[in-house]
Every structure is written in structure tokens, then in C-alpha cells.
Design a protein around this ligand. Structure first.
Ligand SMILES: C[S@@+](CC[C@H](N)C(=O)[O-])C[C@H]1O[C@@H](n2cnc3c(N)ncnc32)[C@H](O)[C@@H]1O
Ligand SMILES: Nc1nc2[nH]cc(C(=O)O)c2c(=O)[nH]1
Ligand code: SF4
Ligand SMILES: [Mg+2]
Length: 243
């Protein structure tokens, strides 16, 4: 026992990573509970809203890794750490334990809290939030996240959700600030699930229209470094949880 306890909302998989740089890669998700943000369109409120905290299980790194091992059949793969904001939780011992067994770790965060242990990650996905989220980016913290990840071997990528022109302008500004970091744009899902209604209708046509609009923007602007990807898991499974 390391004595560190991780508040865990859900552990599921193997599935495929549905977003960003690792899209299509088989992975097991560890979703932590609790977030310092509350985005207007968050698709994971069951891991954010404290009304659901009774569902967040305090787990040791050993217990989490045991479940990851069981789900992955003991064959090392890339573990996706998400949330909530996983940076809130003490994940360093879990990463160390997994690495000692050949597992890799990718973490998704909005970049509001920097941790030294980002240097231990294999992949760090920074997803600063655009205006439509209602949240404001602390650029100093985001810088600190990049610096922390860069201190190690972590592959770093930016992933920005875009709903409208203002969000697009935010994505361009962000890319301008970090010209050497790969950037992924993701059309927003305007029909995210209310917590605990993962059968809620998802408007795929509307999301695809937004993606077409985004492709037109990027190509018109000759923004050739941007990559545009849908949430593949939403195309495959809609708002279903645990996939
Ligand atoms: C649920 S968040 C958890 C990790 C971290 N809190 C973050 O926001 O990066 C994982 C990813 O889902 C994205 N996301 C959340 N709600 C979304 C929505 N309605 N449409 C598209 N992407 C969404 C976030 O922007 C983030 O990139
Ligand atoms: N398949 C799949 N891919 C994902 N990529 C990011 C996710 C997240 O909620 O953080 C997610 C998720 O929940 N499922
Ligand atoms: S930062 Fe991530 S988990 Fe937190 S509310 Fe926003 S999208 Fe949801
Ligand atoms: Mg998700």
C-alpha cells in the first residue's frame, strides 16, 4: 500500500480511444471523480457533479491496477486517465505501478492544475476550454502543464472542442501560443447526456454538420497544422456510458 487514495468514478474497457491523437487505439479508461470546472456542455457530469460523489469509490492504486489488469487480460496496453479532472487526484503511484508492468498512460485534462508527475506520462492531452464552455483558461497554469509534461518523455497534444466562431478563434489563439504542439479540433456534442441517462438521444447529424463547418473553416484559413476529428465513440455508441 502506498497510502494514496484515488477517487474513482468508473473503470471500463477495453474499448477504443475515441478522441484525439490516440483515436482508435485499444485502451482501458480510469475515470476519476471531481472537477474544478463545470463546462456548460460537459458530457461526463456523473464524474463532475458532486451530487454523484456517493458513486465515486476511494481506491488504492493497487486496487485500480488490479481492475485494469483484469479488464486488459493482463496484457499491457495504454490506460486512459480521464475524469472529471484527473489532475486533482494523486495518480503518480498508479502510473509508476503500471509502468513497472509495461502499461502506458495517457491523461486528459483541461490544464487548470499542473503536476510534476505529468513528466511520468506517456501522453498528455491538454484540452483548454473555449468560451462556449463558460470557463476561463488560466494561461499560466496551462503553460505550467506543458512545462511539467515536457520535463519527461510525454508526447503532448492540444485538443479543443469547437461549437462556434468564438470557439474557433480561441482554438487559433491557442495554436498561436503553442506553435510546436500538435492540435486536434473536435466538434462539440450539443446533446450531451444528462448524468445517468446514457440512452439520451444524440444528434449525430447536427454534430456532423458542425464538423463539416469546421473543415470548411480550417481549409479556408489554410490552417494546415490543425487536425479535425469526431468523437468516434459517440458515432459508434451515442451517449452510452462505459464505452
Ligand atoms: C469529459 S473531459 C474529462 C477530462 C478533462 N476534464 C478535460 O475536460 O479535458 C474529456 C474530453 O471530453 C471533451 N468533451 C466534454 N464534453 C464534450 C462535448 N459535449 N462535446 C465534445 N467534447 C466534449 C472535453 O473537452 C475533453 O477534451
Ligand atoms: N471511447 C472513449 N473515448 C474517449 N476519449 C475521451 C473520453 C473521455 O470521456 O474522457 C472518452 C470516452 O469516454 N470513451
Ligand atoms: S473540465 Fe472536463 S470534466 Fe470538467 S466539466 Fe469540463 S469537460 Fe467536464
Ligand atoms: Mg467522454
Amino acid at each position: 500500500m502506498t497510502g494514496q487514495i484515488i477517487r474513482t468514478s468508473e473503470i471500463f474497457g477495453p474499448t477504443i480511444q475515441g478522441e484525439g491523437a490516440l483515436i482508435g487505439l485499444p485502451t482501458v479508461f480510469v475515470r476519476t471523480g471531481g472537477c474544478d470546472y463545470r463546462c456548460s456542455w460537459c458530457d461526463s457530469l456523473h464524474a463532475v457533479d458532486s451530487a454523484f460523489r456517493h458513486e465515486w469509490t476511494p481506491m488504492s492504486p493497487e486496487a485500480i491496477f488490479q481492475e485494469v489488469t483484469r479488464l486488459s487480460g493482463g496484457i499491457p496496453l495504454t490506460v486512459s486517465l480521464s475524469g472529471g479532472n484527473p489532475a486533482v487526484q494523486p495518480l503518480e503511484p498508479l502510473i509508476e505501478l503500471g509502468h513497472s508492468h509495461g502499461y502506458r498512460f495517457a491523461l486528459e485534462t483541461q490544464g487548470s492544475i499542473a503536476r510534476d508527475w505529468f513528466a511520468d506520462l506517456d501522453v498528455l492531452v491538454l484540452s483548454p476550454k473555449p468560451p462556449s464552455s463558460g470557463m476561463r483558461t488560466d494561461w499560466d497554469q496551462l503553460d505550467a502543464c506543458l512545462t511539467a509534461g515536457s520535463a519527461g518523455q510525454a508526447q503532448i497534444a492540444l485538443k479543443i472542442v469547437v461549437f462556434d466562431d468564438e470557439d474557433y478563434a480561441f482554438a487559433r489563439r491557442t495554436a498561436g501560443r503553442y506553435p510546436d504542439t500538435p492540435i486536434y479540433l473536435q466538434p462539440g456534442n450539443h446533446t450531451p447526456p444528462p448524468p445517468h441517462d446514457d440512452a439520451a438521444h444524440v444528434d449525430i447529424d447536427g454534430i456532423m454538420d458542425r464538423m463539416l463547418w469546421l473543415v470548411a473553416k480550417v481549409t479556408e484559413d489554410r490552417w494546415y497544422a490543425a487536425r479535425i476529428l469526431p468523437q468516434l465513440h459517440v458515432l459508434l455508441w451515442g451517449n452510452k456510458r462505459g464505452v
